[in-house]
Design a binder for this molecule. Sequence first.
Ligand code: AHR
Length: 344
Amino acid sequence: MKTSKVALVLMVLAMIATLVSCAPAPAPAPAQAPAAAATTAPAQAAAPAKAMKTYKDLTVGYAQLGSESEWRNANTASVKETAEQLGVKLIFSDAQQKQENQIAAIRSFIQQKVDVIGLPPVVTTGWETVLKEAKDAGIPVILVDRRADVPEDMYVSYIGSDFVEEGRNAGRTMAKIVNEKANIVELVGTVGSAPATDRQKGFLEITKDMPDMKMLDSQSGDFTRDGGKKVMEAFLKKYGKDITAVYAHNDDMAIGAIQAIEEAGMKPGTDIKIVSVDAVRGAFEAMIAGKLNATIECNPLLGPQFYEMALKAVNGETLPKWVPSKEGIYLPDNAKEILPTRKY
Ligand code: AHR
């Protein structure tokens, strides 16, 4: 009897335990709503991301400065051919080496509402007004090949060479060729242009402490073959056989000087050593013929980098302020092997 009572109690306790465990769990306490959600309207659907532009969406204005040299023609070809390959719409203008024509071209690009403007400034000064007009119109300007003396917020990037270093390389190379002893005449590029100013600066930086490297004279041949020839003729008239070396700011002027030296009955490359800048095919031909002693490279094939930067600019990317070109130094020793590989 006592046993069955205990069993009964145990049974009742087990039933109660079962009932408790089957009872629904208490509802969780409601999560605290964030304070702001209680007072603001439901969140707006996220704005659709702005569509990124592609090369085919781009209209680009290129205010080329002229066609004064082999280098410039290679630069023009690179800008035109790359536009075609990428499907960029290019509006191209040739300013015939006149700043006012470049400024007029930029104004016309602004009116046509191009997406980006490319500008190789013929000289460094006088660009503030027109570049401000482009900036106010919301059109990014990329300086190509040559820099301009304007505040950095007036352009989005500069793609081009270190002209001072090119001048230093010319100075070092010339000093080696003439064993630090020469009477030099200098054929200067366009007066007021970045390459003329900087190539002169770099060359003098290297040669100024070499007492036997004497600069007899400096005159502008405007980066043209004809200009180089005329200036060299005048130098030869004035200094005759005293001249032992020519430093030309570009290959075209050096080629003009070679003609003048030959016409004066001397041997270019032997009687008068010549170092120039650009490394165009004409310079390799002159080196192979023994008439030019060295050329310092300046790369004109800037089309691909230009459009890459243009696309990034219209898609709102911040660009590096300077994209420097990679360049070498060429001597006659291997000019024959290298010439077939040159693209300009
Ligand atoms: O700005 C680059 C210079 O311009 C090249 O060295 C010269 O050949 C050209 O005309």
